[in-house]
Design a binder for this molecule. Structure first.
Ligand SMILES: [Zn+2]
Length: 292
């Protein structure tokens, strides 16, 4: 390691030691880092010691003969084996929960992470947390494809109840009755009112299936009898979602697109439902995925 770099790391360490310890304690309180750890050799409790290395603290065995037995404070956590600092992680998690429109270029500028490669790695881990959370809540694991075989469509359903908006987003090969109707049957309770565009795949079919079907053009004055919400509000919410999806078109693989769609679903089913909003929900889901 060149001397200049070593010095810089050292001074940075001195400046932020207090801050780092405060962050570590806070993460431990939030169950994102382990509060206790036992020595893998003698099973005695380990203690946190100050070091000059990454994270500035480490777990070390209390027994004199095991002084060399140490573990990173990230053991078993979301952050284990990640190159990003805990501070970068916090900034990233905060950004992620703030909005789904994460522009990498802005985050490199704002010093969330040094490179877009690092950002991609963090984003992938967080998406996995959201996907696992959706699976725990009983949403079947989607068949994640690999490469784009042919052009696919994103088929979306938005459930509206009072102020809640719940999303189901699926990739379909074709927009035909054969492809869409089973999805509707799977996700929409019989007897529900469905407002759709005037795509011919739905014509008469939905009514025959026991749904009350309205098309956008014929529902100008449709008001939900329970919530009183006008179709205009629903249409506006739908437009926002379409905007999100349009921005996902650049994804190189089908798998990546499916992951992003799952995160959108997570946001509407779980993120917005938490009393502390998506950030609170994300902390909870990280803890569930990485029980430390
Ligand atoms: Zn030990």
């Amino acid at each position: 390691m060149p001397l200049g770099m070593k010095l810089r790391t050292h001074t940075e360490g001195k400046q932020t030691k207090k801050k780092t310890l405060r962050l570590i304690k806070w993460l431990q309180k939030k169950h994102l880092l382990k509060k206790k750890l036992r020595c893998p050799v003698c099973h005695h409790k380990m203690k946190m010691i100050s070091v000059v290395k990454k994270d500035q603290f480490m777990w070390c065995c209390k027994r004199a003969s095991h002084r060399k037995v140490s573990r990173t404070i990230r053991t078993g956590s979301l952050f284990e084996k990640s190159k990003s600092s805990l501070f970068s992680w916090m900034k990233f998690i905060y950004r992620f929960s703030q909005g789904l429109r994460l522009r990498q270029i802005d985050m490199v500028d704002d010093d969330v992470a040094g490179s877009s490669k690092t950002l991609s790695a963090m984003a992938k881990r967080i998406r996995q947390v959201c996907i696992s959370a959706m699976e725990r809540h009983g949403y079947a694991r989607g068949r994640f494809g690999n490469a784009w075989k042919r052009k696919k469509w994103v088929f979306g359903l938005m459930g509206v109840k009072d102020k809640r908006r719940r999303l189901v987003l699926k990739l379909v090969e074709k927009r035909t009755r054969r492809h869409l109707v089973p999805l509707i049957r799977q996700h929409v309770k019989s007897g529900s009112a469905i407002i759709s565009d005037e795509w011919r795949a739905y014509k008469n079919v939905l009514t025959n299936m026991g749904y009350k079907h309205y098309t956008v053009n014929h529902s100008r004055w449709f008001v939900d009898p329970h919530s009183g919400s006008h179709t205009q509000h629903i249409e506006r919410a739908w437009m926002t979602i379409k905007g999100h999806i349009r921005r996902l078109r650049g994804n190189r693989t089908e798998m990546l697109l499916e992951e992003h769609l799952k995160v959108l679903e997570w946001s509407s089913w779980l993120g917005s439902k938490h009393p502390d909003g998506p950030l609170g929900r994300l902390f909870k889901d990280i803890w569930k995925s990485f029980p430390v």
